[in-house]
Structure formats: C-alpha cells, structure tokens
Design a protein around this ligand. Structure first.
Ligand code: SF4
Length: 347
C-alpha cells in the first residue's frame, strides 16, 4: 500500500535535480543545499517518464520484485520531498534556467601579502574597482602582525567587493590576534582560515567563521578528500555546467604584484603596477581554463558529484574531446569508492 497518491501523476520539484554518475546518481536539492544518492535505474525513471502516475508506471515493470523496489524508491522520494503529485501537465511547472550572468569580471581574486605596501595596494585597489571583483582572498604568507592585517582591511574597506576571506599560516602569527576586533574593521570578512594547524576546528565568531585546518592550503592544491569538500548550491550547480568551477574568472596576484591565472601557475601576465587587469581578462591564454566544464573532463564527466565539486586539478591535455587532469582524483565514480590512502579530517 503506497503512502502517497499513486493515482495522481508525480513530478520532481524544480529545485531537485537528478545527476547521473557511472555507478550511481544523486539528487541535488538546490533549495536545501543538500543531496541524496539514488540508484541509476531510478535516475532513468525520473528523467524518462513525465506526467505519469505511479500505478501506470508499474505497467512498465511486470515483475513483482521490481514493483516492490519501485514502491520503496517512491516512498523515499516522497519522504524526502523530492516529488509532488499534481494532475497539471509538467510543462506548467517552471524549470530553472541555466544562465550565469554575474556583474563581476573576476569571481575570485587571490592576493598574497607580505607587507603593507601603499603604492602597490593603490594600484591593486584602482584595478579592482575597474575590473569588478566578487570575492577576495587575502593570504598573509609571511610572519604578520595585527597592525599589518588591520592596515590591509582598513585600506580595502571602501571597495564594493562583497566577500573577503583571510588565510594566515598558523606559524606566521607573531602575536595573539583578536579576530572579533579584526572582523569589526571590515564586516565583509566572512571566513578566516588558519592553516598548517595541529588540529581541525571550526569556530563561529559573532560575524564570521574561524577555521583551523591541518592542511597546507596555500602550498598544496585544493583537492577533494571526502564529501565534506562538496558544496550543493544553485550558483555552483549552474556555473559548473557552463564553466570550470575552480578556474573560471580566477586571478592570482603574488606578493610582488605579478598576475597569474591561478596559484602555482608557471606563466605570469605582467605586474599589477604597470599592466591593466581588464586587458589581461580579454587575453585568450589567460582565459584558457575558464570554459572547461567537468562534463568535458575524463572521469569527472561520469561522477555524480560533478556539479558540486570545486577541485583544483588542472586540465592538461585533450584526447577525443575529453580533457585529462594533472592528477587522479581521490574519488572513483566507477565503483563509488574513495582511495584508502587519502588523508581524512581525523588523521
Ligand atoms: S571525479 Fe572529478 S567531479 Fe568527481 S570528485 Fe573527483 S574531481 Fe570532483
């Protein structure tokens, strides 16, 4: 006996989107920012059948055992509020449009800082205002003081960039920093990350989050270690289908002012003191990785996580229209297993 209206056509909520992987699929719930795994046969049912009742669907599955499994699938979908029931045609329920128009030319600017250097910072600020930047990561890469951090935050207080993050290496603290006080200097600081710490810890401050991590997030590339590294949200879901979720509109400026496509890039594109960032953003070579989606990358194209994953592996070469990354992922979408050797949050 079904615990849902089995004689009324079922529909997926527009914010619940099935994504197929090689071995299993997932339903992304873009309203609640979470996901659930589903088996691939259920993905096929959800994407193939429209405007049909559960009772009529059973006709396609004559074996009793299949019908029993189908009932379990639908109870799961109903209990998780992925589906609803209506006699209206599914065409009447609006779908999300896949467009990623943003008022920014740079989505993420990473700025390495050794000392407060007014001439260089004046040039950077002028160029940030011209280029329009959504999000800035200030990385204090050498021993720093609260005066240094305060100077930087105060200096960049009057730009329209919406989000700031601070990355500070644990050993680079030369004094006890009052984080609450620092955040009050610039209310757009949403996250402070202390890296190379002895343990993992997340602290909620009044207006931001303070993360202690054991990872060396500056000198090692951000790779995917476990499902905690994924992020289900509408912007990322849409961006991942159109662009590379890590490299798109990313700019890295080192502590001497040289401009790169990303951290660890081997080619610089001039110095912020004497070249225009807006001109560099038009350079085809600078934008080389922006449009390489996970659907065009070998292995990732078969992964159910591909629209929630911001892995930083670099697309290196292309064969048969598929890019190959510079390293193997910790996750294997063909057997849904993580490599046993990868470091977890607990070790
Ligand atoms: S296979 Fe690709 S999409 Fe999947 S987790 Fe690894 S990097 Fe992300």
């Amino acid at each position: 006996m079904a615990n849902f209206p089995s004689n009324i056509p079922f529909h997926l909520f527009a914010s619940c989107i099935p994504v197929k992987g090689a071995n299993r699929s997932a339903i992304y719930d873009l309203q609640r920012n979470q996901f659930e795994y589903i088996p691939n046969p259920l993905y096929d049912i959800l994407t193939r059948f429209k405007n049909i009742t559960f009772i009529d669907l059973l006709d396609f599955f004559p074996f009793k055992n299949d019908q029993r499994v189908l009932l379990e699938y639908f109870e799961f979908l109903k209990n998780n509020e992925f589906i609803f029931f209506s006699k209206l045609n599914s065409a009447q329920f609006p779908k999300y449009s896949i467009s990623h128009e943003r008022p920014y030319n740079i989505s993420c600017l990473i700025l390495d800082i050794e000392n407060f250097h007014e001439t260089k910072f004046e040039a950077i600020k002028r160029q940030i205002l011209k280029a329009k930047v959504e999000f800035i990561i200030f990385r204090f890469i050498s021993p720093t003081t609260s005066i240094n951090i305060k100077n930087v935050l105060t200096f960049f207080n009057n730009i329209p960039t919406r989000i700031f993050q601070l990355f500070i290496e644990n050993k680079n603290f030369t004094e006890n920093l009052d984080f609450e006080n620092l955040i009050n200097l610039n209310e757009r600081v949403s996250v402070i990350v202390k890296y190379n710490c002895e343990k993992e810890l997340v602290q909620d401050l009044e207006k931001a989050t303070l993360i202690h991590t054991k990872r060396d997030i500056v000198n090692n590339k951000m790779n995917i270690n476990n499902i905690a590294d994924f992020n289900v949200n509408m912007n990322l879901f849409i961006e991942s289908q159109l662009y590379n979720s890590f490299y798109n509109k990313r700019v890295y400026i080192d502590s001497e002012g040289f401009i790169y496509r990303h951290e660890g890039d081997i080619m610089d594109f001039g110095n912020i003191i004497n070249v225009e960032l807006t001109n560099i953003l038009e350079n085809v070579e600078f934008k080389k990785y922006w449009h390489i989606t996970k659907d065009e990358i070998s292995v990732c194209k078969d992964c159910e996580y591909r629209y929630m994953c911001v892995d930083s592996s670099l697309p290196m070469s292309k064969t048969n229209n598929l890019w190959k990354l510079d390293r193997e992922c910790n996750y294997n979408p063909y057997n849904s297993e993580w490599k046993s050797a990868y470091p977890t949050e607990d070790n």
